[in-house]
Design a protein around this ligand. Sequence first.
Ligand SMILES: [Zn+2]
Length: 186
Amino acid sequence: MIPAEFGATPWGRCWTRTVETTATAVPNPLLPKARSIARNHGATLTTEVGVVTAKVVVSGAESTVRIELPPWPEETKHDAERLIAKSLAANPGLATGDLPDSLEAEFTAAGITFAVPLAEQVATCDCRTRKRPCVHILAGLYALSMRVDERPRLAVELRMDSAAAAEDADPDWIPLTDLDPATFYG
Ligand SMILES: [Zn+2]
């Protein structure tokens, strides 16, 4: 069962699924602990186009996680920009950082995936555990899922240069560079 606190939006849910979908029938025993870390703000995220880093603190020990998210190819980027502009025009008055739930379905229909499946992720952690993904990486992914639930636009921004998206001249589109991260992510 996915606790309701993760994946409250289809955007965050896609990221939660990357963690919870495994090839084996046995649930990963690290998941409850990873959820607990994320829930208790034990994973501090820094996000930019193509990479998420997380400082994950477990029992006072900090680990640094880095998850690489390949930027979308040009064609995908153009398709995404077009769908976003259309969707925002059809759904005026959204809060800053929000995206319509229906857009996620349109992305899926167009074959655009914004969450990277665990098996395809290039994720590193500086902890000594040999098992990968370790609990720190999993906690970072849960924290990312929460962050994306709070701010769906992040799901898209991680995969493409937002400044390019601003060229759509959509008044609702605020490029990431126009926001002060200190106050925005506070
Ligand atoms: Zn680790």
